[in-house]
Design a binder for this molecule. Structure first.
Ligand code: NAP
Length: 314
């Protein structure tokens, strides 16, 4: 079967269509005939070897990136909760033995997949599992009571957008950073207070909220400079290495979405929220597998709003 992967780690041009063996699910696993696979920032680090070379050094190429998919179940292992023919969305772990999502068929643990949100296309549904679960994990780690204040940086991005919406669904007050162009979007996502993004963002947060925020979900990976926005004893959800020690009793939570890869209840709640419109699914552009390199180039250029999606089948 066809997949998109790299024979050698490198730039976007290293991505090519490859032929790999058709996989079959074991007990507790399902096989998905993939219609749509998302392109996430982490895929670029997998592609160039930064996060994958060491982990995969004992396995032969090609190496297939991709952390979420949507498609149709076409084979099930014993004890799977889905049936052949079900439309599903799922999270994939490209460094695991099951491989990444850029493939015509992927195997996932049954708990990593659930039904698609009502009314969603395959491309739309594929955007939800990985970033939705990361947003939910961030909120769970921060454990803020309703009414508390959360700053979301990179609010216009995929993780940031879901974090804003899930925070609002949980009753938090949300402060978000934004460029002037993104402001209508960030407001629509539900931010209560918007400050200009970029250098000095913590100062602008303090101007708007002199006591500071209770916590930050740092989707823009600002790191140390964002600490000044947080009250003493607050917290940060860091989605990449944070690059600073805690200060003033602030707790830094390191968010690892793979910890939620089998949290079926969390994934299914995301499905429900997307079905009600509390969480919106945003697709920026779709690409055929042969143009996966262009999708990576576009993502790395920055400025994408909504997810880029590789479409294996309409
Ligand atoms: N740890 C985990 O398990 C995990 C899971 C999921 C995601 N992540 C990480 O989370 C981060 C966000 O992912 P994503 O998919 O949401 O990316 P994304 O869709 O590209 O969103 C990032 C957003 O941040 C903005 N931004 C970049 N630099 C900024 C700055 N200095 N100040 C304010 N905003 C800035 C970007 O704007 P421009 O496009 O204009 O640059 C974009 O709107 C990535 O680093 C990703 O790898 C980690």
């Amino acid at each position: 079967m066809k997949a998109v992967g790299v024979q050698r780690f490198g730039g976007p041009e290293a991505l090519e269509v490859v032929e790999i063996d058709e996989p079959h699910p074991g007990p507790g696993e399902i096989r998905i005939r993939v219609h749509a696979a998302t392109v996430n920032p982490t895929d670029t680090l997998f592609r160039n070897g930064v996060t994958s070379a060491e982990a995969l050094r004992d396995r032969p190429p090609p190496y297939v990136p991709g952390m979420d998919v949507a498609g149709v179940v076409d084979e099930v292992g014993e004890g799977a909760r889905q049936s052949v023919g079900d439309d599903v969305m799922a999270m994939t772990l490209p460094r695991s033995r099951l491989g990444g999502g850029y493939a015509e068929q992927v195997i996932v643990p049954t708990e990593s997949a659930t039904a698609m949100p009502i009314g969603a296309t395959y491309a739309e549904a594929s955007t939800l599992p990985m970033n939705g679960l990361t947003a939910q994990l961030s909120l769970d780690l921060l454990a803020l009571e309703p009414g508390r204040t959360l700053l979301v940086t990179g609010a216009a991005g995929a993780y940031g957008g879901y974090t804003v919406q899930l925070a609002k669904a949980h009753g938090l007050r949300v402060v978000a950073d934004s460029s002037p162009e993104d402001e209508p979007l960030v407001r629509r996502l539900g931010a209560d207070v918007i400050v200009a993004r970029g250098d000095g963002v913590a100062l602008r947060v303090r101007q708007a909220l002199p006591d500071g925020v209770d916590a930050v979900a740092d989707g823009a990976v600002i790191g140390e400079p964002v600490l000044a926005a947080i009250r003493d004893g607050g917290a940060v959800a860091a989605v990449r290495a944070f690059g600073a020690d805690a200060e003033r009793g602030i707790v830094i939570h390191h968010v690892m979405v793979r910890d939620y890869a089998r949290e079926w209840d969390k994934l299914d709640e995301l499905r429900r929220l997307a079905g009600t419109g509390a969480v919106t699914l945003r697709v920026a552009h779709t690409y055929p597998p042969e143009r996966a390199a262009d999708a990576h180039r576009a993502l790395e250029a920055g400025g994408t709003r909504g997810r880029l999606v590789i479409v294996f089948r309409e």
